[in-house]
Each structure stands twice: as structure tokens, then as C-alpha cells.
Ligand binder design. Structure first.
Ligand SMILES: [Ca+2]
Length: 337
């Protein structure tokens, strides 16, 4: 191999292969968008499907899931997220716990059902530290401060944690206060929130209106909204639950879906759409509004004002519906790698 002589240090073929692999891995890692998933897991089933999707996208090397933070304060939420992470082969993924109890926002739609039926291999042991977690804002600050690359945040629950992040002072984790930390470390916030088709308050906004207003009106980097009308127009098919998850004798997502409502039912893909565009912004699954500002009224309705601002919302082209649904079902039902 005469070309090896061009190197200042001669490498054996094996060492060269190792070095090339390391360089390739470094290049691939650099291409992976680091993401944090902020979720009200347990209130609706789309959060579980969206987290499954993010595990698949991470395994495919399209993103790097850094951690999960919760806005559902149910005692079962942390163990459930750890259960899912364990099923998908990421048992040590950081999880941050909700600190605020929001009326109507800490339902256990399927959390206990999955936890109680889980085989021992996936179960989070009782009485261990895995049953609890650090506060969500502590986890958010640490993950952001430690990330060498800008992070994409995916918020599919209430804005409680991100408002608290904005209000957080400098601490031992970072000398930066919340807004400066976000400006330095967050590329994009992809949020399932609001309604840009009707003047109806959307659930994620309505449950913590002051937090939604603080985040949507003062967040210092761009926000991409998947409004209520997007997920409502793209229904996750019950047939996928019946067919695509049967590869595992016990599947946490299928068990959860069946526990959440009486089967068979199709469910809006609200949170899945926010996760999909966060990881694949160039795929053009959706159209985008012009940039502008988003205002939150006292009753929780959202109003988009085109012009100054870095907020945009998704627009659904009916011709793309089947393509989007195929991506959502394939990604959420992909077996752990
Ligand atoms: Ca949600």
C-alpha cells in the first residue's frame, strides 16, 4: 500500500481501518442533531409514540436523544419514561422530573398499565433511585451546558419547564442565566402547541398559560409550532398498533395504546409531528407560515402576527398526508436496534 508512506506516521492496515472508522463515526456524530424531549407523558398517547420515534431516529443516527424532561407530575411518569428508555436500549438516558402539579395535567392514561405489566427485564426496580429523578430544569441546564453543539428542544407538553429554564439564574452548572444559556445552546424549539386554524385554546397552552406566554413571547431562538390542527388531520391508525408492534411479545407502546382507550381507535399525531420536523427539517413534510410573533391571550388562545419575529407554524398540504403518516408509523414502530 504505497499511499501509506505519505502519512507522517505509518499505520498498519488494521490501525488505519480503526482510524478511518473513528473519523467516520466522528463525522456522523457531528451530523446528528442533539435533541431533548420535553413531554407531559401520560396525558395522551401521542407522547409515547413520539418518544418511540425519537429512539428510532437516534438509532438510525439522524439525531442524538440527550434526555427527557417531564411536565406531568404523576409519580408514574418518571418510571414509565425509564421503562421506555430501557426497552429501546438506553437505560441511562437522563430524565428530569416535573416540579409543578397542574390541574388536569397529571393523568395516568397508560403509565401504570404499562409499568405493572412489564416483564422483569424492563421493569424499573422498586425502591431504587430510578423511581425518581432530578428536577427537569436542572437536567435541562446540565444537558445544554454540556452540549458542544446547538441543541433542538422538542416541547410536546406544557411550557412549564422551558419557562422555568428561562427564569433560571446562573448556578454551579453554568455561569449563564436561562436566556443566555438558551441563546448560546439552543438552535430551535419545536413545539406542539397552539391552534393556528381556530380561536380555541389548545390543551398544552391552556394548562399553563403564563408559562406558554413567557416561552412563546420571549424565547430567544426560533420556534416552530405544530398546531392542534396539524395532528388532528393526521390520525395514527389502530391497524399499525395491531400489526407493526407484534415483533415483541410485550411492547410498551402497544400496551400503552391499548390501555389509553378502547381499541380499535385512531389517534391524532400531535406530538409525533413536532418530533418529526425537529429531526428532519429539510424533508419538507410540511409547508411553513411566514415568520412572525405568537401571542397568548388570557384564555389560552394563540394568535399569530406575521412580520417581526422568529416564530413559524406548520401548514399541512393534503398531498403529503400519506407520506407523513408512513414516516410516523414506520419510525414509531421500528424495533430497537
Ligand atoms: Ca403531549
Amino acid at each position: 500500500m504505497p499511499e501509506l508512506k505519505l502519512l507522517p506516521i505509518q499505520l498498519s492496515p488494521v490501525a488505519l481501518r480503526v482510524a478511518l472508522c473513528a473519523a467516520l463515526c466522528a463525522a456522523l456524530c457531528a451530523a446528528q442533531t442533539p435533541v431533548i424531549f420535553d413531554t407531559d407523558m401520560g396525558n395522551d398517547i401521542d407522547d409515547a409514540l413520539a418518544l418511540a420515534m425519537l429512539h428510532s431516529l437516534s438509532s438510525r443516527g439522524e439525531c442524538r436523544l440527550l434526555g427527557v424532561t417531564l411536565t406531568n407530575a404523576s409519580a408514574s411518569a418518571v418510571p414509565y419514561v425509564r421503562l421506555l428508555n430501557r426497552f429501546y436500549g438506553r437505560p441511562s438516558l437522563p430524565v428530569g422530573a416535573a416540579q409543578k402539579h397542574l390541574k388536569g395535567g397529571e393523568q395516568d392514561g397508560y403509565l401504570s398499565a404499562a409499568l405493572q405489566s412489564a416483564p422483569a427485564a424492563f421493569r424499573v426496580p422498586d425502591g431504587t433511585s430510578e423511581q425518581s429523578a432530578e428536577p427537569a430544569v436542572t437536567v435541562l441546564r446540565r444537558l445544554l451546558a454540556a452540549s458542544p453543539e446547538p441543541v433542538t428542544l422538542i416541547q410536546v407538553g406544557f411550557s412549564t419547564n422551558l419557562a422555568d429554564l428561562l427564569a433560571s439564574p446562573p448556578d454551579a452548572i453554568s455561569p449563564l442565566a436561562g436566556p443566555d444559556l438558551v441563546k448560546a445552546k439552543v438552535a430551535l424549539l419545536s413545539a406542539m402547541a397552539g391552534n393556528f386554524a381556530e380561536t380555541t385554546p389548545e390543551y398544552n397552552v391552556r394548562l399553563d398559560i403564563p408559562a406558554a406566554r413567557a416561552v412563546f413571547e420571549t424565547w430567544p431562538t426560533p420556534i416552530l409550532f405544530s398546531g392542534f390542527e396539524i395532528g388532528r388531520s393526521l390520525l395514527y391508525p389502530a391497524t399499525s398498533i395491531q400489526r407493526d408492534y407484534a415483533y415483541a411479545p410485550w411492547h410498551p407502546v402497544a400496551v400503552s395504546y391499548r390501555a389509553y382507550q378502547k381499541m380499535p381507535y385512531d389517534r391524532p399525531t400531535w406530538d409525533l409531528t413536532a418530533a418529526l420536523v425537529a429531526v428532519r427539517p429539510a424533508a419538507k413534510y410540511f409547508g411553513l407560515s411566514a415568520p412572525g410573533a405568537v401571542h397568548v391571550a388570557d384564555n389560552g388562545t394563540t394568535r399569530f402576527e406575521p412580520g417581526r419575529g422568529t416564530r413559524q407554524y406548520l401548514i399541512l398540504d393534503p398531498a403529503q398526508k400519506l407520506r407523513i403518516l408512513e414516516a410516523l408509523t414506520l419510525l414509531s414502530s421500528e424495533p430497537p436496534h
